[in-house]
Design a protein around this ligand. Structure first.
Ligand code: G
Ligand code: G
Ligand code: MN
Ligand code: NA
Length: 249
């Protein structure tokens, strides 16, 4: 595969870049955090989407080195975001790697970053495969001071018992539920239930993929804590990041 060979050189050549998308307080519109989204400035193909190269990197194992680069870059950026947190997507393959936790420890040491400024976004699939080990890893990350979020919530085989068993700080409602809000009758009921469940367990609820004012209003009135999506701000290069978002209401 051509992309696979290119990926090897891309890190050393500095072709990767993190874009930042704001996550805002649903009531005040204050920016609470930024999600780091990886972009590849490919010399001949132009901007390649992670949807295209992450699966390639996962299949080849290159995701481990790439994930390390993402983490180190997020740590370097974390000191310059006005105290706001930065969230980082973690591939299930990275999470399952036996050196994942120690590698994070080294990155913190090398960069001098504070773990409390970093949130790790993990998908449900890591919880299904090796329940006990997943719990040990998550507890280790919490002890180190990281925040942990359950990403794309509702799309996996979500057993509700996961939520009470694992120490998540945040639940991110998958954008498919948000985009169905005005379309599918059941979507409002499902979203309200996720919010009630998460808040009842003491977790922050973030809605992803918020694109319309109607969605934002519904989510805010339903008690969702934070909003993320094109309505509030698109992912952009670090130096173009939004530092303020106009309230929706
Ligand atoms: O930014 P965009 O919507 O194109 O991202 C597409 C997919 O790639 C999303 O599922 C997102 O979580 C994932 N992704 C983006 N950046 C990273 C990253 O740094 N690491 C991993 N593992 N996945 C990422
Ligand atoms: O899997 P994850 O939730 O990390 O994926 C995040 C992806 O969602 C990124 O690729 C990002 O570019 C994309 N995204 C962010 N906000 C919106 C939005 O409002 N609408 C849509 N369609 N995609 C979004
Ligand atoms: Mn994410
Ligand atoms: Na998501």
């Amino acid at each position: 595969r051509a992309l696979e060979a290119d990926l090897d050189r891309a890190i050393t050549r500095g072709e990767f870049e993190l874009y930042l998308q704001p996550r805002v307080d649903a009531v005040t519109a204050d920016i609470v955090a930024y999600e780091a989204l990886l972009r590849w400035n490919h010399p001949s193909r132009g901007l390649v989407s992670p949807g295209e190269f992450i699966p390639v990197a996962e299949a080849s194992g290159q995701i481990v080195a790439l994930g390390e680069w993402v983490m180190a870059e997020a740590c370097r950026l974390s000191g310059g975001l006005e105290g706001r947190r930065i969230s980082v997507n973690v591939s299930p393959l990275q999470f399952r790697n036996s050196r994942f936790v120690s590698c994070l420890g080294e990155v913190l040491k090398e960069t001098g970053a504070k773990a409390s400024r970093i949130e790790l976004e993990i998908t449900e699939s890591v919880l299904i495969e090796d329940d006990k080990r997943a719990l040990q890893v998550l507890e280790a990350l919490k002890r180190m001071g990281f925040h942990v979020a359950l990403d794309d919530f509702g799309t996996g085989y979500s057993s509700l018992s996961y939520l009470s068993r694992y120490p998540f700080d945040t639940i991110k409602i998958d954008r498919s539920f948000v985009s169905n809000l005005g379309v599918v009758d059941s979507a409002q009921v499902i979203v309200r239930s996720i919010i009630a469940l998460g808040n009842g367990l003491g977790m922050q609820i973030v809605a992803e993929g918020v694109e319309t004012i109607e969605e934002a209003l519904f989510l805010t009135q339903a008690g969702c804590d934070e909003l993320q999506g094109y309505l509030l701000g698109r992912p952009v290069p670090v130096n173009e990041r939004l530092v303020e978002v106009r309230p929706v209401i």
